[in-house]
Ligand binder design. Structure first.
Ligand code: HEC
Ligand code: HEC
Length: 292
């Protein structure tokens, strides 16, 4: 804190301690008479001194405060002679926690993917890690949301195998589709969107879809493939099933075609150790196999 605030805190703290003591001692002596002279409805206010046990208890709290302010930080920038800080206490606790659980992480990280799937403890640890690091985007159960892929179904943008999932977690992924509005024109966008709905088995306009098929063959096959199953090397989704990142409505599909999409899964290599990513990949892999 800056010099001004440093002194403001010190003067305020020390001043209020001295003020309390002054208040205590300046009120200790009595007038010598038994009463203060105040009378209400015939009831007199007595003028007894404060009991000594109470006075000493009060003095004791002030002595405690002085000791506390010398030992712990409390007076402006003065760090206290104990050297304690809340940050160091947190770091020590985090370190002790890591040390305590390191053997467990090491043991679980040595398991193969099928062993991870069968190991109850690995699943529990994986679930905890998932709740801490992933639920904000993917939801508590991994069900995803608008723009966030569902991890519990068996459609994968970037591949379903263990190594691909682990790579997604550590290195992150960028799902980028360029905009096609300018190349196709608005009519072309609508025709291609009808074609995508046809491919997905949804209600569509047959004439428009037929024209859209030609656009698809020109502009879209490179990534989404001739059989519409997508390409895990580019994160291009399968368009022929009922799993959607942005929903299957004509509006959403034509929006994607017109404006493109730019989606990002952040890399977690600097947050999660390789061991934790391994355990997490085991947990994520098993989410989509729950129903089997
Ligand atoms: C800030 C939001 C965010 C967080 C946090 C996040 N993800 Fe993601 N994740 C995404 C997005 C967005 C995508 C889709 C990327 C794309 O469109 O290609 C994604 C994609 C994935 C995929 C690929 C899915 C597929 O179909 O191939 C996996 C696996 C995954 N995330 C797992 C995780 C795990 C495990 C964590 C926790 C360590 C995590 N994510 C944390 C946003 C997030
Ligand atoms: C350069 C490769 C590439 C090309 C070419 C491409 N796409 Fe895509 N497309 C992607 C990627 C990658 C995504 C996923 C974007 C994301 O992760 O948000 C995507 C997403 C989509 C989606 C959203 C799917 C969902 O689940 O919500 C639709 C629809 C789509 N593309 C249709 C098309 C059509 C139609 C064309 C041709 C006009 C096309 N794409 C051309 C790569 C491509």
């Amino acid at each position: 804190m800056s010099g001004g605030w440093h002194w403001f805190v010190i003067i305020g703290t020390v001043g209020s301690l001295i003020g309390c003591l002054w208040l205590l001692f300046s009120n200790r002596s009595t007038s010598g008479d038994k009463t203060t002279g105040h009378v209400w409805d015939g009831i007199e206010e007595l003028d007894n001194p404060l009991p000594m046990w109470w006075v000493w208890m009060f003095v004791g709290t002030v002595v405690f405060a002085v000791g506390y302010l010398i030992w712990y930080p409390g007076l402006g920038n003065f760090a206290g002679i104990s050297g304690w800080t809340s940050t160091s206490q947190f770091e020590e606790a985090a370190e002790a926690h890591e040390e305590r659980f390191a053997p467990l992480y090491r043991e679980l990280a040595a398991l193969s993917p099928p062993e991870l799937a069968a190991n109850r403890q690995a699943q529990q640890v994986g679930r905890r890690l998932f709740i801490n690091h992933c639920t904000a985007c993917h939801g508590v159960g991994g069900g995803g949301g608008y723009g966030f892929p569902n991890l519990t179904d068996d459609e994968w943008l970037w591949g379903s195998d263990f190594a691909a999932i682990k790579q997604t977690i550590l290195g992150g992924r960028s799902g980028i589709m360029a905009p096609w509005g300018a190349a196709l024109g608005e009519d072309g966008v609508q025709q291609t969107a009808q074609y995508v709905r046809k491919v997905a088995g949804l209600e569509h306009d047959a004439d428009l879809a037929e024209a859209g098929g030609k656009h698809y063959a020109t502009f879209c096959v490179a990534c989404h493939q001739a059989d519409h199953t997508g390409n895990p090397l580019l994160g291009a989704p399968n368009l022929a099933n009922d799993s959607w990142l942005y929903g299957s409505s004509l509006e959403e599909i034509s929006f994607t075609i017109r404006h493109g999409r730019n989606n990002n899964m952040p890399a977690h290599a600097d947050v999660l150790s390789e061991e934790k990513a391994h355990i997490l990949a085991g947990y994520v892999s098993s989410l989509s196999r729950k129903g089997e």
